[in-house]
Design a protein around this ligand. Structure first.
Ligand code: FAD
Length: 479
C-alpha cells in the first residue's frame, strides 16, 4: 500500500519561511504535494497587476520548493472542486492550509473541510498571515472593534500569537508520483500586447527573497519613517505591501525583526511603534473584512446607501488615466499605472478627489485599484476606500475634504514627485506647479505649457465641487 501524501495548499502565503501550514506538513513525515490553485472568477479573482506579481512569485516559490527536493503543482478553476479532485487522484490523507478571512473564502474553506473530513481526510488549518486571528481581538464586552485606536491598544498588549518563527523546511519528501500540473506560462498571467507592466520589474522583486531584502533595506533606514512617511518623493516607507498581499513574508517575522533592531539600538522605539501601528491598520482591515462580508460592495455606515453619487464616465476616465488637470492627483494615478503601486498619502488624495470632488461612487475607485495595484488586498483596499469615503467603521469624517493643492504643497513641497510623474509641467516653478491654472500667462509660456493643450485644465472646480460634496452630505444627514 503506497504511503498517503499530504497536500499543502498555498494561497496568500507564497513562502517557505515562517509558514505554519508548510511546516506542519513537512514535519508529518508524509510525502508532501504543494499546490496552488488559480481562481478564475469572482470578486476576489486577481486583477491585472496582481496577475503580473503572481506569475513571478509562483516562479520564485517553485524554485525554492525544488531546492528542497519538492515541486509546485499548478491547477486552475473552482477551488473546492480542484482540491477535492486532487485529494481523490493522489489518495492524500491530509490537507494543510493557512487560513483566509474574506467571507467568500471562509465559505469555500469550511465547505471543503467538511467534505474532506467526512471522507476521513484530515484537514489542519493555521494562522499564517495575521498577528492574531480576528476572533482573538475582542472588546471587553466581547464585541468586535469598530475604532482603530482601542483595537491597536488591545492588539499591542497581546502581541503576536506566536513568539517563535518556523524555519523553511530544507528537505521535503516528494510523492512517489507527481500529479499532473499546468504549465505556468499557459496561464498567461503577464500582459503581452500591449505590455503595460514593462516597467514593473524595475521597481519590484516578487518572491520570498525580494521580500526579505526589502524589509532589511527598509529597516537599515527606518529612523526617518515617522517623519517622512507622508512625503511621496522620499521613498521612506517599506514598500512591503505587495509582498504582504501575496504572503511572501509573515507579519510575525516582521514584528520579530523590528523588535530585534530596537533591542540592538539600531531603530528608535518611536519609529518602530509607528511602523507596527501601520501594520496594525492591516490587522484592523482584516477584522472589518471578517465581520462584514459586503465590505467591498456596501457601505459599513448604512446611511450612505442613500448617498447621491454621480454617474460620470468621462470624469472617471480622466481620473483613471491621470488627466484631471490637478497635478498631485495625476501624478498618483500615473505612478499607479507605471509601477503598480501608489504612495499612501497620494492614495488618500486621489480617493478623496474621486469620491468628494467628483462625487463618484467609491466602489468604482476600489475596482480600479483592485485591477491596477500589485498590492491589491481584499481587506485593505475596500476598508481604505470606505475610510476615505466616510462610510467606513472608523472613517475620516465626510466633511473633511482633502484640498489637493494644499496637500501637494505640504507633502511634495519641492514637487519632485509631481515632476517625476507629470513631466509636461516640470518646468513650472514650485510656487505654481501644484496649481498651474493659477499661474500667470508669462510663467506658463516660459514653461512651454498651453493649458487645455499640453496639460488639461482642471476637470472640476475645486472650490465649487467641495461645496457640492458638503451639500450632498448635508442632504444625506437631513433625509
Ligand atoms: P508602510 O508605510 O511601509 O506600511 C507597512 C505595511 O503596513 C503596509 O505594507 C501595509 O500592509 C500596512 N499598512 C500601511 N498603511 C496602511 C493602511 N492605511 N491601511 C492598511 N494597511 C496599511 N494597502 C494594501 O496593502 N492594499 C490595498 O489594496 C490598499 N488599498 C488602499 C486604497 C486606498 C484608497 C488607500 C487610502 C489606502 C490603501 N492601502 C492599501 C493602504 C496603504 O496605502 C498601503 O498599505 C501602503 O501605501 C503600502 O505601502 P508600504 O508598504 O510602503 O507602507
Amino acid at each position: 500500500m503506497p504511503e498517503k501524501p499530504a497536500i499543502v495548499w498555498f494561497r496568500a502565503d507564497l513562502r517557505l519561511g515562517d509558514n505554519p501550514a508548510l511546516d506542519a506538513a513537512a514535519r508529518s513525515d508524509s510525502p508532501v504535494i504543494p499546490v496552488f490553485v488559480l481562481p478564475c472568477d469572482g470578486l476576489l479573482a486577481p486583477g491585472g497587476a496582481q496577475r503580473w506579481w503572481l506569475h513571478h512569485s509562483l516562479l520564485a516559490l517553485k524554485s525554492h520548493l525544488e531546492k528542497a527536493g519538492s515541486s509546485l503543482v499548478l491547477l486552475k478553476g473552482d477551488e473546492r472542486a480542484v482540491i477535492a479532485d486532487l485529494v481523490e487522484r493522489t489518495g492524500a490523507g491530509a490537507v494543510y492550509w493557512n487560513r483566509r478571512y474574506a467571507p467568500q473564502h471562509i465559505e469555500t474553506d469550511r465547505a471543503l473541510k467538511q467534505m474532506l473530513t467526512a471522507s476521513a481526510v484530515s484537514v489542519e488549518t493555521f494562522n499564517g498571515s495575521l498577528w492574531r486571528d480576528p476572533w482573538e481581538v475582542k472588546t471587553k464586552s466581547g464585541g468586535d472593534y469598530r475604532v482603530f485606536k482601542p483595537f491597536w491598544k488591545s492588539l499591542r498588549a497581546k502581541g503576536p500569537a506566536r513568539a517563535r518563527l518556523f524555519s523553511a523546511p530544507s528537505k521535503m519528501r516528494p510523492p512517489s508520483q507527481w500529479p499532473k500540473s499546468d504549465d505556468l506560462s499557459s496561464w498567461r498571467l503577464t500582459p503581452e500586447s500591449p505590455d503595460w507592466a514593462h516597467e514593473f520589474a524595475d521597481h519590484w522583486a516578487p518572491g520570498e527573497e525580494g521580500a526579505a531584502k526589502r524589509l532589511e533595506t527598509f529597516l537599515d533606514d527606518a529612523n526617518c519613517y515617522a517623519n517622512e512617511r507622508d512625503m511621496p518623493a522620499m521613498d521612506a516607507t517599506s514598500r512591503l505591501s505587495p509582498h504582504l498581499a501575496h504572503g511572501e513574508i509573515s507579519v510575525t517575522e516582521i514584528w520579530c525583526r523590528v523588535r530585534a533592531r530596537v533591542d540592538l539600538g539600531e531603530l528608535s522605539s518611536a519609529n518602530a511603534e509607528k511602523f507596527l501601528s501601520e501594520l496594525a491598520w492591516r490587522e484592523f482591515s482584516y477584522n472589518l473584512l471578517f465581520h462584514n462580508s459586503e465590505i467591498a460592495r456596501a457601505p459599513l455606515r448604512k446611511e450612505f446607501e442613500r448617498f447621491d453619487w454621480r454617474e460620470d464616465d468621462k470624469s472617471f476616465n480622466a481620473w483613471a488615466r491621470g488627466m484631471t488637470g490637478v497635478p498631485i492627483v495625476d501624478a498618483g494615478l500615473r505612478q499607479l499605472w507605471r509601477t503598480g503601486w501608489m504612495h499612501n498619502r497620494v492614495r488618500m488624495i486621489v480617493a478623496s478627489f474621486l469620491v468628494k470632488n467628483l462625487l463618484i461612487h467609491w466602489t468604482k475607485g476600489e475596482r480600479w485599484f483592485w485591477d491596477s495595484l500589485v498590492d491589491a488586498d481584499a481587506a485593505n483596499n475596500p476598508a481604505s476606500w470606505q475610510w476615505v469615503a466616510g462610510s467606513g467603521a472608523d472613517a475620516a469624517p465626510y466633511f473633511r475634504i482633502f484640498n489637493p493643492v494644499s496637500q501637494g504643497e505640504k507633502h511634495d513641497p519641492e514637487a519632485d514627485y509631481v515632476r517625476e510623474f507629470v513631466p509636461e509641467i516640470a518646468a513650472l516653478p514650485n510656487k505654481w506647479i501644484h496649481k498651474p491654472w493659477s499661474a500667470p500667462d508669462e510663467i506658463l509660456s516660459n514653461s512651454h505649457i498651453v493649458l487645455g493643450k499640453t496639460y488639461p485644465f482642471p476637470i472640476v472646480d475645486l472650490h465649487g465641487s467641495r461645496q457640492r460634496a458638503l451639500d450632498a452630505y448635508q442632504k444625506l444627514k437631513q433625509s
